[in-house]
Structure formats: C-alpha cells, structure tokens
Design a protein. Sequence first.
Length: 138
Amino acid sequence: MSTAREHYEELCYYTLAHADPRFIHQHVVDAYQAQSADGRTKPITLTFSLAGLYLHCERELTGRQVQRAHMELARGARSWPLLPLPAERGAITVAEVVRAAAGTERDALIHAWCVSVWNAFAVCRPPLIEWLQSRGFT
C-alpha cells in the first residue's frame, strides 16, 4: 500500500513530465501542501499553498502564473498570516488523483482536487485575501 507522500511523488513525476505550458505541477504542489499541512508546517508554506489555490481556483491563473506570483510574493515578505487548519481538507485525495487515467481525466481531477482543498480552507479566505492585498495583489 502506498503512502500519500508516495502518491504525491508519483503525481509530481507525471506533472513535471507533462508538456502542458500551463504548468499544472504548481497546482499539485499547492494542493498537496495545504491538504497535508499540520502543526509543524511553516506559515510561509501554508500561506503560499493557499495563495496558489486561491489564484488558481478563483482567479483562474495557470500554474505558470501562480509560480510567478509566488516569486513576487516572496520578495521582501517577512510576515505571514496565521491561518487555521480545518479538520477536513477536501473530499478528493492525492491517491484518487493518481488512480485517474493519465491525460485529460487526471488533469481535470487535479483541478477538481484543488477546488476541493481550497473550499475546505474557506475559513482562511478573508485573512489570506487581506494579506495578498497588503502585498499588492487584488
């Protein structure tokens, strides 16, 4: 039986080898990091993961655009919002995504996974958006 981390690594291999210029790998990283966050997760990690999910799910940015946003957000940032960890982290898991057929089915499930995780973190939306706005993102 594979662990969630092993499924994540398999999915990373798939997305890094993917020829899609939208760079869906970024969405996989953000969804997995948010979904697997715990009390040891650094605030920057959770903040960037949720920012990436917000920018993808609500603002419809591609993975490449989210990656650029992460780089811009990292410049000069020294404080991160304290975001709560909900008990439930989304109905779709990385294992389910890996089990989907490679290609359009898996790619669509990656997006659905992102939406599922982002919706589970709804309580974080207001403080995250406030932080993004303070960094020049609206």
